[in-house]
Ligand binder design. Sequence first.
Ligand code: 6PG
Length: 250
Amino acid sequence: METLVKTEGERNVQILSDLEAISREAATLFVNVSRNSIAARKKFAAAISGGSTPRRLYTLLGSFPYRDQVDWYKVHFFWADERCVPKEDETSNFKNAFDRLLSKVPIPDGQIHRIKGEEDPEKAARDYETDIREFFGVSGLPVFDLILLGMGEDGHTASLFPGSKSLEETARLVVPVYTEKPNQNRVTLTLAVLNNAAQLLFLVAGSSKTTVLSEILSDGEKKREFPAGRIRPVQGKVTWLIDREAAGRV
Ligand code: 6PG
């Protein structure tokens, strides 16, 4: 099935047949961005997300052929967000990636920059911010080479939920958030950090996302009501890999 590609400025939207197709395209993009970053800066800093959609991507990156195409000794993994649960918990975003990818590749432990979901959310957020600032050596905004994002049916991304005051945060890089649905504490990168990345990559699949996606990819002002609709890279690029089901009206 042919791929529908729409490029507007720094936004690239690709509609592919299904989750397998967008996961393979994402794995190729991950490999390419890692190679370019390592060639330019001898390291590659990627922040990844949780949820179900990226699981196939993590499994692909953790296996042949993609696993052998990345210099894992130069890769640093961060998270866009985490649920405030222990790392052994089935809902942990760390565990989600560890079981499928991190445990399958030779990445040094010191290069896995986990959000400590088992800690008090405020402390976990501050410690993670300190880790990011030390790694990037910045007092301002870090520039992640790649940030992988998903999108919820309500248009949330990372753990930035519609109407949340965390969306207006401009000083901190990381904040604790509480979300009613599901009743949970989380820790998330802020919008300013996401929008400062060199490459943002959205993976979106399934018909449950169609309605909000058509709003977010439209030119209407309504899209700003949705956190994913406020992803506008300041200097980088954003790629949306969408399956045919989610694309529906796009
Ligand atoms: C999380 C994610 C979150 C996720 C969306 C989409 O911790 O849940 O980081 O932002 O990307 O909720 O989740 P699905 O991929 O499961 O639809």
